[in-house]
Design a protein around this ligand. Sequence first.
Ligand code: GDD
Ligand code: MN
Length: 377
Amino acid sequence: MNEAIRPGPEDPSQSAGLPQLSVIVPTFNERDNVTPLFRRLEAALTGLAFEVIFVDDNSPDGTWEVVRNLASGDCRVRCVRRIGRRGLSGACIEGILACSAPCAAVIDADLQHDEMQLPKMLALLQGGETDLVVGSRYVAGGSADSFNRQRAGASALATEVAKRVLRVGLADPMSGFFMIRRDRFERLAPQLSTQGFKILLDIVATARGELRTKEIPYTFASRLHGVSKLDSMVALDFLGLVLAKLTGDAVSLRFLLFAMVGSIGLLVHFAALYLALEAFDWPFPEAQGFGALSAMTSNFLLNNFLTYRDQRLKGLAILRGLLLFYLVCSVGLLANVGVAKSVFDQEPIWWLAGAAGALMGVVWNYAMSGLFVWRRR
Ligand code: GDD
Ligand code: MN
């Protein structure tokens, strides 16, 4: 548990080959922040052997081009360009797993975190008594004055939930600014969720008190350029993380969202069926078919917008996805009816058979649409 961290090279001229510290910077549309951040890191880490890994989700503003440019003149800079994926947590995980130093820090690109704290954080990890150092806004000396009231309230609420429900002992589990020993991280990585915004909370909740942790204060500054990517969906991701950790990863937010969307689909089905029968005077089979098609279409759109937001299909891919979704769901319907019938044959309780069939249908649709419709590209 207490193995020492490999010390940095004696001769700083070898520093490019053997970094003591890897700094991971997740970016999405941050082209104007990349160079100022790197200059600040250079200044803050003078005399230390470090590398900076930018993990960019193929930003439309071409952030990765700016990073590549920087990297072509400085071997301490690297760029991981991810295509077809979105998400802060996933980007941080990939960045840390790609790094070569024994210690990895995560810092935002927009200069809201305080890079001057990094040497202090590194010294704490290298002391061997600490596995994780968190930059905290909520310990004495730290602050988040740049928050507006709404954001401050949301942050306080989420912090309370994390502390009480997940029994996390940190003052600022919502921080996105931290440094961790890579060996510790590597052990936890397979259990971490790539969805969502709160990677630190995930790390701490997953480690269940096994990480020796210290918090040091810093002041959360205002964003320099560009806009925040935090939106109302982040709250959903947060709930999903809390839920997953509470149930020992048995229930994922994705599955719950998928089931919720399916329940809405049931309402859509009945509304469309009623409309077709009453308003259009259609015969029952056509009306029922119309109901099913409406429900599948609404399910597909809602799933694309909510459940698979991070892998959302766009443009023509939407049409292809919709057709595949129809296909998957029709097979799901057969599975549903088949299971319901066999349960009913054994035990003629209508609601039990109905529920068993519906559950089979949901699980089938969820598994297959994850594989074929929103499959990872
Ligand atoms: N690769 C990638 N993919 N990066 C992303 C994504 C994404 O989908 N979304 C956001 N980022 C990057 C941004 O470019 C930025 O560098 C950093 O993640 C934080 O995103 P912001 O949009 O600036 O979020 P914020 O300021 O509201 O929240 C941040 O600060 C909080 C306080 O420390 C986050 O780091 C929170 O986790 C943190 O709690
Ligand atoms: Mn920010």
